[in-house]
Design a protein around this ligand. Structure first.
Ligand SMILES: Cc1cc2nc3c(=O)[nH]c(=O)nc-3n(C[C@H](O)[C@H](O)[C@H](O)COP(=O)(O)OP(=O)(O)OC[C@H]3O[C@@H](n4cnc5c(N)ncnc54)[C@H](O)[C@@H]3O)c2cc1C
Ligand SMILES: *[C@@H]1O[C@H](CO)[C@@H](O)[C@H](O)[C@H]1NC(C)=O
Ligand SMILES: *[C@@H]1O[C@H](CO)[C@@H](O)[C@H](O)[C@H]1NC(C)=O
Ligand SMILES: *[C@@H]1O[C@H](CO)[C@@H](O)[C@H](O)[C@H]1NC(C)=O
Ligand SMILES: *[C@@H]1O[C@H](CO)[C@@H](O)[C@H](O)[C@H]1NC(C)=O
Ligand SMILES: *[C@@H]1O[C@H](CO)[C@@H](O)[C@H](O)[C@H]1NC(C)=O
Ligand SMILES: *[C@@H]1O[C@H](CO)[C@@H](O)[C@H](O)[C@H]1NC(C)=O
Length: 490
């Protein structure tokens, strides 16, 4: 053992020298992060050494994995930590591995299995509870897919193969680069990762016409506990079903998705109308709740609530009263002159006028802001702290702020969650997997939680389907290699 450890230490030291020679995304961020070291035991332990040796045995290039001793560990670790709150209670990974091919993913799974060291898979890192990079159950290896992100579009069949480590903004951009009249239904935030998003649902502006992201997945390539990489034809329809809404993390490491592109008109119309409480927002929200889900399917309207103004006098002596503002933000798959009569009919209270509407190409809309974001990313001028969007755990509302959530915010959210109880779904009170919430229940630390215990919270995400997911899990991962605080149990 001692000699293995020595050999490992030596290789780690050598590797750091190699790190410096390999210009793998070395940029200013490195400087930012080196001053922000996280507290980890600075000497390599046997788990990480064995994992490193195992990856090396599988011919994985040494510039793709980093131990906490590496200068680059923090850089890659924090590169897609979107929320630091889960780190308060988590151990750091013993190794970060950045696969660039399917073979690498396979190697990671085989090493995890043979060494009995658990893994976490991270694509975009947007999980609200950080389950992709934080763990309350001891040492783990982080498989970060950010370098497995290529996108191949086939306009002929109207499909695309997209690697799990891409973000949805990159997918929108790639699609727009090919055609102005196709799109993919997915979320609003361009930095959301394909890997988590498509396996957990995927709500967005196109969902009324085309469903969720997972409804538009046609094939999946996934690394399984067995060490094999399989696709839809070989995993069978049950697992394929489970991976479209059940979340990927319980079943394996999803490498890529084949998605169906949807046809959209070349011109779409958007508007935003904002009203505050004094301007009658309450009545509008009431009406919106009762009509928005049943109007013409081409029309999507969301309501965004913010607090505006404050009661202090500004420098010019004007007082802005603190109030709640509701913005109705809409996308209509059609032209302005078609939209106006529809709104007049279903939501006249909004008093929408032609000049409130903007017509644009649908692709322009989907990539709004993405182009600039990609440019800044390429020039490396975007610091990771700007990329980080800190978010509170989500209940029924989405609360995303730019600063660290502290206990006060979490406490507020818990009270808000309770306050909403009479107005939302009951028995069970439903939850959306992609808006992860550990408050509804977790697997028990150190114990193999069984299906019956997990049912309490599992049915909130999956209702009657939880049982079916548990069977699918049992078939594909009988030893529960892929587990986390809220993974599906056999
Ligand atoms: C700013 C912001 C905006 C958002 N907007 C929307 C929205 O408009 N619509 C919506 O529906 N949701 C939205 N979400 C929620 C988002 O869909 C989920 O957080 C989603 O799970 C994120 O996926 P990810 O790959 O970025 O996250 P990650 O944190 O990387 O992963 C989330 C979960 O999936 C697992 N996972 C990730 N990749 C893989 C893989 N390749 N194989 C197996 N398991 C994997 C992880 O282990 C983890 O359990 C938003 C979140 C944020 C923070
Ligand atoms: C790596 O390969 C060597 C030689 O085949 C073997 O002895 C060793 O156990 C392997 N190590 C791991 C961690 O798999
Ligand atoms: C950390 O975990 C413990 C037990 O698992 C829990 O009681 C505590 O509230 C957690 N702390 C934070 C900051 O999440
Ligand atoms: C957009 O398409 C052009 C021409 O087909 C290609 O050269 C370019 O690389 C594409 N850009 C992106 C970001 O895919
Ligand atoms: C009050 O509101 C004004 C205008 O929105 C803003 O400029 C100012 O910073 C706010 N002051 C405080 C204390 O929040
Ligand atoms: C703020 O509230 C006061 C008292 O209700 C009212 O007189 C005043 O017009 C309001 N100011 C603005 C800018 O709405
Ligand atoms: C684990 O399960 C056993 C048997 O069901 C139980 O006695 C024990 O208290 C559990 N441990 C924890 C940490 O919950």
């Amino acid at each position: 053992m001692a000699s293995v450890l020595c050999e490992c230490l030596r290789s780690l030291i050598q590797k750091d020298i190699q790190d410096l020679l390999i210009p793998l995304f070395i940029n200013v961020l490195f400087l930012l992060y080196s001053s922000r070291a996280i507290n980890v035991d600075q000497s390599p332990n046997s788990d990480e050494c064995e994992f490193v040796e195992c990856l090396r045995n599988h011919s994985v290039p040494p510039n793709l994995y980093f131990t906490p001793q590496s200068h680059f560990f923090n850089h890659f670790f924090f590169s897609s930590v979107r929320n630091r709150r889960p780190l308060l209670n988590s151990s750091k990974p013993i190794l970060i591995f950045l696969p660039t091919s399917e073979n690498h993913v396979q190697a990671a799974v085989l090493c995890s299995r043979s060494l009995d060291i658990p893994t976490r898979t991270r694509s975009g890192g947007h999980d609200y509870e950080g389950l992709s990079y934080a763990s309350t159950s001891g040492p783990f290896v982080l498989i970060d897919l950010q370098f497995l992100s290529s996108i191949k579009i086939d306009m002929h069949s109207g499909t695309a193969w997209v690697h799990a480590g891409a973000i949805i903004g990159e997918l929108y951009y790639a699609i727009a680069n090919h055609s102005r009249t196709v799109a993919f239904p997915a979320g609003l935030g361009p930095t959301v990762g394909v890997g988590g998003h498509l396996s957990g649902g995927g709500l967005g502006t196109l969902m009324r016409s085309f469903g969720l992201s997972s409804d538009n997945v046609e094939d999946i390539r996934i690394g399984l506990a067995s060490g094999e990489i399989k696709d839809r034809g070989t995993i069978g329809e049950e697992l394929f079903w489970a991976l479209r809404g059940g979340g990927g993390a319980s079943f394996g490491v999803i490498v890529a998705y084949k998605v169906r592109l949807v046809a959209v008109p070349s011109k779409v119309t958007v508007f935003t109308i904002s009203k505050n409480l004094e301007g009658g927002a309450t009545k509008l929200v009431d009406k919106w709740q009762r009509m928005a889900y049943k109007v013409d399917k081409r029309l999507f309207i969301r309501a965004v609530f913010t607090v505006v103004g404050n009661d202090s006098e500004s420098s010019d002596g004007n007082k802005t009263n603190r109030t709640v503002q509701v913005s109705f933000k809409s996308l209509f798959l059609g032209e302005k002159n078609e939209l106006l009569p529809i709104i007049e009919d279903c939501f006249p209270e909004l008093e929408l006028k032609a000049e409130d509407c903007t017509e644009m190409g649908s692709s322009t809309l989907q990539i709004c802001g993405v182009e600039e974001w990609m440019r800044s990313l390429k020039s490396s001028s975007l610091s990771s702290s700007e990329r980080n969007l800190f978010s509170c755990p989500l209940f029924d509302a989405e609360v995303v702020g730019r600063r660290r959530c502290n206990e006060r915010h979490v406490d507020w959210l818990r009270r808000f969650y309770k306050f909403m109880t009479p107005y939302v779904s009951k028995n069970p009170r439903a939850a959306y997997l992609n808006y992860r919430d550990l408050d509804i229940g977790t697997n028990v630390k150190g114990n193999k939680t069984n299906y019956w215990e997990a049912r309490v919270w599992g049915e909130r995400y999956y209702k009657g389907n939880f049982k079916r997911l548990a069977y699918a899990k049992g078939e594909v991962d009988p030893t529960n290699m892929f587990m986390n605080e809220q993974s599906v149990n056999e």
